[in-house]
Design a protein around this ligand. Structure first.
Ligand SMILES: NC(=O)C1=CN([C@@H]2O[C@H](COP(=O)(O)OP(=O)(O)OC[C@H]3O[C@@H](n4cnc5c(N)ncnc54)[C@H](O)[C@@H]3O)[C@@H](O)[C@H]2O)C=CC1
Ligand SMILES: O=C(CO)COP(=O)(O)O
Length: 320
């Protein structure tokens, strides 16, 4: 089984390292200088410093070469996925394409699986998501993820192909639930970072995580996803990880916002665009998403932390 990973960011590189433990893997990067640097140093210095790339990991800048594979992992940031597919994947492709990104596209409201289906309708579209920091995977630490594919037969094949010594994959056919969990938890993580950064305390964070989970489940059910998927690794599991660890870039953005500090906006923070996408998506449906709306307002500068907290706390009292 030949596996290719397209996109040599932190996550793509970490997955490629883990998968190389059991067979042939190719890692494609768009920048030829980056490929040359990784070949010369045996490391991905900018994304995973201190982690040695395995010798059987093939590094390339040649997309045609990388596309000759049984399974192709797409590890580019969410807002670039559609453009990436349009540039590199033929419309008639029958490849097994697995999205490894989290979020919703701001311009269309589509998630990664829908974007793959629209770009290559004959391909098998899947998503790999769940609680996993790239640095943990790359260091060989144990991780459990969700592999979602609408076809259970294809899902079983992908589950076998992508499970490694340190990556344990669970399977579902609910692609919509899996992509919603991975996208929405990032928005809640920003909110939790704001609470801690602003000194509002651990109790406030627990409240945001719990009510955020309720909000995630409400939207998922409204859209026809299975609430059980949200309670799994791709939803609840990733929510817990991302809302409680400073390894998370979404959480760190929130910390900076809450504390009034600056943040490096070249960092990949998927929850920022996703908050905007979800606010647009839910405007017409009327699904109640107070935490997501608050995060979107904080990010676009139309609200500050004290006003936002006051607004959340003064909402009408209701049953849990
Ligand atoms: N870093 C992590 O711990 C985890 C990340 N993810 C997800 O993985 C996705 C990627 O994140 P990271 O790898 O962490 O980001 P990153 O910032 O480390 O890397 C992004 C990579 O995508 C490349 N890229 C950007 N636009 C591109 C384009 N148009 N064509 C080709 N390549 C392009 C960049 O050159 C860079 O190598 C995100 O959706 C993130 O939520 C998921 C789980 C864990
Ligand atoms: O998705 C992740 C962990 O599962 C990574 O989180 P960040 O993108 O916030 O760093």
């Amino acid at each position: 089984m030949k596996i290719s990973v397209l996109g040599a960011g932190a996550f793509g590189t970490a997955l490629a390292i883990s998968l190389a433990g059991k067979g042939a893997v190719t890692l494609w990067a768009r920048n030829p200088d980056h490929v040359a640097e990784m070949q010369a140093t045996g490391m991905n210095m900018t994304r995973l410093p201190d982690v040695q790339l395995p010798v059987n990991l093939s590094l390339t800048g040649d997309i045609a070469h990388a596309l000759v594979a049984d399974v192709v992992l797409l590890s580019v940031p969410m807002q670039h996925l559609a453009g990436f597919l349009a540039d590199h994947i033929p419309q008639g492709s029958t490849a097994n394409l697995v999205a490894c990104c989290k979020g919703f596209e701001v311009s269309t409201g589509r998630g990664p699986v829908t974007i793959i289906r629209d770009a290559a309708p004959r391909a098998t579209a899947a998503i790999l998501t769940g609680p996993s920091f790239a640095a943990d995977i790359a260091r060989g630490l144990p991780t459990a993820l969700t592999l979602a594919c609408a076809s259970d037969a294809a899902g079983q094949m992908l589950q076998q192909a992508l499970t490694t010594q340190n990556l344990r994959l669970y399977r579902t056919t609910d692609t919509q639930g899996a992509e919603l969990g991975g996208a929405l938890k990032n928005v809640v993580a920003i909110a939790c970072g704001v609470a801690i950064g602003a000194g509002l305390g651990q109790s406030a964070r627990a409240a945001l995580m719990t009510r955020g989970f309720s909000e995630m489940t409400r939207l998922a059910q409204h859209l026809g996803a299975d609430a059980n998927t949200l309670a799994g690794l791709s939803g609840f599991g990733d929510l817990v990880l991302t809302c409680t660890s400073e390894q998370s870039r979404n959480y760190r953005l929130g910390l900076s916002l809450g504390a009034g500090n600056s943040f490096d906006h070249s960092t990949t923070v998927e929850g920022a665009a996703t908050a905007r996408a979800i606010v647009q998506m839910t405007r017409a449906s009327g699904v109640d998403m107070p935490i997501t709306q608050t995060v979107a307002r904080l990010l676009d500068g139309t609200a500050d932390v004290p006003t936002s907290m006051a607004a959340l706390l003064s909402r009408p009292l209701k049953e849990e």
